[in-house]
Ligand binder design. Sequence first.
Ligand SMILES: NC(=O)CC[C@H](N)C(=O)O
Length: 360
Amino acid sequence: MSDAYLALEDGRVVEARGRVPGRTRGELVFTTAYTGYEESLTDPSYEEQVLTFSYPLIGNYGVRAERFESDRVHPRAAVAREFTDDVVEWLADEGVPAVDHLDTRDLVTSIREEGAMKVGIVVGEDATPEAAKEELAKCKGMSEHVDIGTQVTTPEPTTYEGDGDKTVTLIDCGAKQSIIDSLVERGATVHVLPYGSTADDVTALDSDVLFISNGPGDPENFGAARELVEEFAGEVPIAGICLGQQIVASALGGTTEKMAFGHRGVNQPVRDLDTGKVIMTTQNHGYTVADPGENLEVTQVNVNDDTAEGLESEALSVITRQYHPEAHPGPHDSLGFFDDVLSMADSEGNGRKRRVVASD
Ligand SMILES: NC(=O)CC[C@H](N)C(=O)O
């Protein structure tokens, strides 16, 4: 008898050791990142997913709140070959079920072959395979979580003061804190607005750049952010990361699609098509831009599968990345993105149109 069961969409039931009790369900995905478990577990982009770590030992350098990317754990459950007690205590405090002592290599191989799949998980003394299957039966597909942006966004507008002149309005679709920090470190003042904010809210702030954040779920369910991009494109420079790239593309005439199992890890190679240079990047996404449309140019691609990693438009002052330039965790090759974003704010006399708002 085991005290933890995972019922997979492919019909299998996997036994594990229960570490934190509970019953839950979600989309089963994996990350190959070998560091950064605190950042991954607090990354809002993992909302409604069950995160499997392919690296076998998770927790070996402790748990420190200053490394968190948000104020809570977002995956609905965590799976690893072995969790340390530090991580188990943290997940228990958060009420997030956790299992270990299972063959995660087999699990990851299944996801690679069959794609990200639904999973039901039960952990505790009364756990049974049938209960895990009941959870699985209740599991929704990612695109069915139509209000996922509202689930993860900040409840209130918040401003982070930088010591320079530039200002950014960031639409929080589930933003990682280190994206905000990366802008503030470069002197920008960042106005974070809740997902669902209107064009009037954005206009009132009169920022130099409109920034669409990362976030969970299907980009097609982020209509409120898409409308902002449609409204401000060509008038205010626009930047986006991950979900932000997908939203910007779909607002400007492109299309997105779901990938088989996505990219999650800290060693995804990306080639810049202009310079030919390859950088290593941090990634966490299950959707991708299938067609950038006529307004955007693909400027960077994934070396492994040629998917769009960077989109730009000089005419509209748009720059987006599918990967995570803030690199929390991960290699620092891509930090220059934030300088490129803020250089779009040096727009006077540069041929870029600016929205003029009457000040009161
Ligand atoms: N990190 C993100 O912003 C993820 C984007 C989107 N939810 C995806 O899975 O592709």
